[in-house]
Write a protein that binds this ligand. Structure first.
Ligand code: PA5
Length: 446
């Protein structure tokens, strides 16, 4: 069981020889990663995490998840970027995009602190009315403004509802082991804390408490996730590209980028993959997009987007390639019965599972887009379950690291994110930003 690379549809765009020609560069990237000699080498804790994760903390995560499910109808997960996308992706993929509407014995889960929309916040607050609530606040730095603001609101809500002592029993913090405002507050108030290790960056942290606690609350088997990741850690450790599907994917992206394909569209044919694609976008955008380089990661869910983006992909600017997630076995299937009168003329689709029809939609799309000049990479996923999710997370994390090294960038920092933050602080009047505030306001009023 594994994510498998299928390059069969690439023949019109690049030869196998071109891929194999990248073997020395891939080997160099692999060595830099494994020998910890490359850029950002102090952020490689994710590399052996499936083997070396903290087992004691893992057991605490499982216990906390059980406790949350006994004490709360609603879990509010507060975080942004790498501190929220992985958990949401897992829950929508493994449980359902309709998770909160399912009949279940686990808490509903809402994600806040990833925007500053007052309407969004008010709507989640009104959903909480009359229901028992717990909060998992997640911030590696412990200082990010958007989640900090949301936490202020939900901390107040819990304290009003349950009193200060009662609130403490319902607040779970996932943050740095020693630094940051959140850690200080957690220590002062005695909140249960989970640690994001120094050497694991936000977007590589889904297999830590960052992702695992909310995922466990949703009723997913987090041990199976770690086992899947461990399988990937072993299977994807070969430096030889010919034996390593993760490296084939990374090198193919790089080869296509060198041929002018600066946009990758991550495509799936199942909406449950939608948030997974959001997670992929953050992982690759923050890792690769720097020094005026990088592939712009985007996503589409088909058939939905075939009736919107599909036109552009088929016919518009030839700037992109697609990566199709070919999910071999859906979580559930649906048998299409024949209609005795064939009233809608659709009996040609009948007497088969709907997944077969979806498979043909995919083949038809790949052939059409390939003919339209869009290279198609196919990644095959045998089925959707916790084990495969863990494998896939590790597959993409490693592909991203190798891609970054092939590009010559540091895949583990995100200096560009700071620019908007500085302006935001200045415009909002944060102490210490007075000069910048005046300068920005002068620019606005021009
Ligand atoms: O990948 C990253 O490092 C970022 O996307 C962070 O996850 C994001 O900025 C949130 O940061 P923090 O967890 O410090 O609040």
């Amino acid at each position: 069981m594994a994510v498998t690379f299928n390059g069969n549809y690439l023949k019109d765009f690049m030869s196998e020889e071109e891929l194999w020609a990248l073997a020395p560069a891939v080997k160099a990237a692999h060595d830099a990663l494994h020998q910890k000699t490359g850029l950002g080498n102090d952020f490689l804790g994710w590399l052996d995490l499936p083997t070396n994760y903290d087992k004691e903390e893992f057991a605490r995560i499982q216990k906390a998840a059980e406790k949350i499910n006994t004490q709360a109808d609603v879990l509010i997960v507060i975080g942004i970027g790498g501190s929220y996308l992985g958990a949401r992706a897992a829950i929508e993929l493994l449980r359902s995009p309709f998770y909160n509407n399912l009949k279940k014995d686990t808490a509903d889960i809402y994600f806040v602190g990833n925007n500053v929309s007052p309407s969004y916040l008010q709507e989640v607050l009104s959903i909480c009315e009359g229901r028992d609530v717990a909060v998992n606040v997640i911030s590696k730095s412990g200082t990010t403004t958007e989640p900090a603001l949301a936490f202020r609101v939900f901390k107040n809500l819990l304290e009003k509802k349950y009193g200060e002592e009662g609130a403490k029993e319902r607040i779970y913090c996932t943050t740095d082991k020693a630094r940051g405002t959140l850690k200080e507050l957690a220590d002062k108030n005695g909140y249960e804390c989970f640690v994001i290790a120094d050497d694991v960056g936000g977007r590589y942290s889904v297999l830590t408490a960052v992702g695992l606690l909310p995922i466990a609350v949703a009723g997913c088997d987090i041990k199976a996730i770690m086992d899947g990741a461990k399988e990937a850690e072993n299977a994807l450790s070969d430096s030889n590209i010919e034996q390593n599907d993760c490296y084939k994917y990374a090198a193919t992206r790089f080869a296509l980028y060198q041929k002018g394909k600066g946009v990758e569209i991550m495509v799936s044919f199942d909406p449950c993959f939608g948030m997974m694609a959001e997670w992929y976008k953050q992982l690759f955008a923050e890792s690769e997009g720097k020094d005026n380089k990088g592939i712009y990661p985007s996503s589409a869910t088909f058939s939905t987007d075939l009736h919107s983006l599909g036109q552009f992909i088929q016919d518009g600017s030839r700037i992109m390639f697609e990566t199709f997630m070919d999910i071999k076995k859906p979580k559930q299937d649906f048998f299409i019965d024949a209609d005795p009168n064939n009233f809608d003329g659709l009996n040609f689709l009948s007497n088969q599972e709907m997944s077969k029809v979806n498979g043909k939609v995919m083949e038809a799309t790949i052939l059409a887009h390939t003919e339209g000049g869009v290279p198609s990479v196919v990644l095959e996923l045998p089925e959707i379950n916790e084990h495969e999710f863990g494998y896939m997370v590790y597959f993409f994390e490693k592909a991203c690291a190798i891609s970054g090294y092939l590009l010559g960038v540091n895949p583990f920092d995100q200096p560009g994110v700071e620019s908007y933050k500085k302006n935001m602080f200045a415009l909002l009047g944060k102490p210490g930003y007075e000069a910048q505030k005046a300068e920005l306001e002068a620019r606005i009023s021009k």
